[in-house]
Ligand binder design. Structure first.
Ligand code: FES
Length: 354
């Protein structure tokens, strides 16, 4: 047995008091979970501590909390490890972010997480006619969606999504990973409709800013951001959906700039995003209205000297040898007969992709 001190975030909206921290010392073996520690504190000291749990085996997704500032499952985190990772030897537990707190460590999953899951039509829309016997799904298709199927809906990725912090309407990593589960399934009949919907939505697939927080947060290796990138590739490369948010062209601008200069030329990013992916097409008259709506962002970039007029005419770029090396990567990837999706959940070995 060892002693562990838990610092729990307490909040009871009905009391009218502000949230506060409360410490309890529990006695358990280091390999026992933070959840067991919280439940011991609840049994021994204060039965009013609010925590949601069910399976206690990292399956049901009920016990998502933040431990020492990181989202995780309380039942899946050893007390000993959590103590080692703490700042001062005290294990800090607080409710997940981006969702309203109902009480103490319990957040309102319905208000955010489940609402967004419903937004993506989270069920299969079967192709017609339905076969008399079972559908036969190619193995590689099932492998492709297995990673998104592993989600246990704990909300850890939603908790730490930086895009959602800025735009609470963002559909978010969990729901978009769920969307890929059906877009990647050959039995589903609405791939184009689903992708068009998610690309056209201003809070859809192009609202993700690639911060990787959801990948770090996920306790099941779902890598929601990777699923969002898969959705984008399906939307842009396979269905050629040019969305009204300009997301597809913005992404194409990144790709073409790195290919040309070896690195991102910020000065050319906006005009190329709005005008097209070649320098000659950059000032397409049809893009003028969209470009005009970006003027506040352009003004800010100029004021902060992120973009300078000189850089437009004399872009920074890698030395010729390095640009050649970057181009070789493009040639390798673009020269493949089919696109390979990296799926660490299944293979985990680079050689499988070669
Ligand atoms: Fe079920 Fe933790 S209690 S995942």
């Amino acid at each position: 047995m060892a002693e562990f001190t838990l610092r729990l975030r307490r909040y009871d909206p009905e009391s009218g008091d502000a949230a506060y921290w409360e410490e309890h010392t529990v006695e358990l073996e280091p390999h026992r979970s933070v959840l067991e520690g919280i439940l011991q504190a609840k049994n021994r000291y204060d039965g009013s501590i609010g925590i949601r749990c069910s399976c206690r085996a990292a399956i049901c997704g009920s016990c998502g909390v933040r431990i020492n500032g990181q989202p995780d499952l309380a039942c899946h985190t050893h007390l000993g490890r959590a103590q080692k990772r703490s700042k001062d030897g005290v294990i800090e537990v607080e409710p997940m972010g981006n969702m309203p707190v109902i009480k103490d460590l319990i957040v309102d999953m319905e208000a955010v997480h489940w609402k967004k899951i419903r937004r993506v039509t989270p069920w299969l829309i079967p192709k017609q006619p339905v076969p008399e016997r079972e559908y036969i799904v190619p193995r590689e298709n099932m492998v492709d969606v297995t990673q998104s199927m592993a989600c246990i809906q704990c909300g850890a990725c939603v908790s730490d999504c930086l895009s959602m912090e800025v735009d609470p309407e963002f559909i978010g990593p969990a729901a978009l990973a769920k969307a890929y589960r059906f877009v990647g399934d050959p039995r589903d009949d609405q791939h184009f409709e689903r992708l068009e919907d998610l690309a056209e939505d201003p809070h859809g697939i192009y609202d993700c800013t690639h911060c990787f927080a959801c990948i770090d947060a996920c306790p099941k290796g779902v890598a929601p951001m990777s699923q969002i990138m898969r959705l984008r590739r399906r939307a842009g490369n396979d269905f050629h959906i040019e969305d009204r948010n300009n997301g597809e062209r913005h992404e194409a601008a990144f790709v073409s700039l790195v290919k040309q200069y070896g690195l991102l030329n910020e000065a050319e990013l906006l005009p190329r995003s709005y005008g097209g992916d070649t320098p000659l097409a950059k000032f397409k008259p049809s893009a003028a209205a969209e470009l005009a709506s970006s003027l506040p962002a352009i003004a800010k970039a100029l004021l902060r000297r992120k973009v300078t007029p000189a850089a437009v005419f004399k872009p920074h770029k890698l030395p010729a040898a390095d640009r050649k090396a970057v181009k070789a990567i493009y040639d390798e990837v673009e020269g493949r007969d089919e696109r390979l999706e990296f799926n660490i959940y299944i293979s985990g070995r680079d050689e499988d992709l070669l």
